[in-house]
Design a protein around this ligand. Sequence first.
Ligand SMILES: *Cc1c(COP(=O)(O)O)cnc(C)c1O
Length: 384
Amino acid sequence: MFRIPYGRQEVTDGDIAAVVEVMRSNWLTQGPAVPLFESRLASYVGAQFAVATNSATSALHVACVALGLSAGKRLWTVPNTFVASANCGRYCGAEVGFVDIDPDTYCLDPVALRMKLLSAQAAGTLPDVVVAVDFAGQPCDLDALLELKNEFGFRLIEDASHAVGASYGVHRVGAVPGVDVTIFSFHPVKIITSGEGGMLVTNDAELAATAQRLRTHGIQRPGDPLLDCTQGAWYYEQQTLGWNYRMIDLEAALGESQLRRIDHILARRRALAERYVELLRDLPVTLPHQRSGRLSSYHLYPVLFSDAAKRRKVFDGMRAAGIGVQVHYMPVHLQPYYRARGNDVGDFPVAENYSSRTLSLPLFPTLTDDEQVEVVDTMRGLLK
Ligand SMILES: *Cc1c(COP(=O)(O)O)cnc(C)c1O
């Protein structure tokens, strides 16, 4: 464990009290806490439906199944993400392809996407689902992606695991019209936490109902149409194959308690990000670029060095000094699993170049001003 990690949860006495209250109640799981967290998160982002799961990974899987992804179909995503954004396609037996990133935002590049779509159209291999990632908390280029969605007919999943509380224009992430499903993660390093946990958010009632069945073994919910309506109250019906991907009440109570102070959490993250701009002014690093009209939730603070050797030197030196810097991300297409499926070095040069030079600096709500100065001073010493 590093003295100053790159990310860390903040758990208050209020959070602990909320979890203890559930422990003393009649339900550890499937009581009132999960639906409460779902409705609070849906109204916070301005979406109609929210379906809680035991991780964002399972929410991504459920979203893909609900959107009809299956063997023989195709999912595309970016190399600059956590492996889960790609793996959800493989869980469905679909082929996973990648699209390079924009060199300024490190998110999916709509120009690269258009080029790949045009050649896929000619080859008859258009994707069924595109997973766009709001990298580091900055919403991706949704206007451009939605235009391409209309032109080429794929479904769009916004992997907003980094971006609870971010905004795109007048909308909070999760409520941008045209996006089919948005996914949030509540892993402890993310913006708010439920321990482990995720949420699938949508304005599509049918999709939400399907997701609810899929996270509970594929069993029909109360009120869903049954094939046999003559049975007693013991009766339930499984019409499709699902999983046990449920969030439990203990987790939901923690998540809902954290959501109550999300404005404070986001304000502190944004203040720290602004301070980094000042503190790093005289250092030879490229700072993350925010496009206008987008409000990042600042999950990560990735800086770029001039070359891979400098990044390595600073990474090793910072870690030796107890500062847990990290690399987000190693390109997913270069993971052995995806190399074995036809990807190679050089396929996505922007993401590969970015990945070889990037370093995420500590950024979390309880990082103190003094610790932040120490992070920058340590880096300054290593760059001399
Ligand atoms: C963390 C993360 C996930 C997976 O979240 P879990 O809740 O840990 O399953 C998926 N996609 C991205 C971009 C992430 O950062």
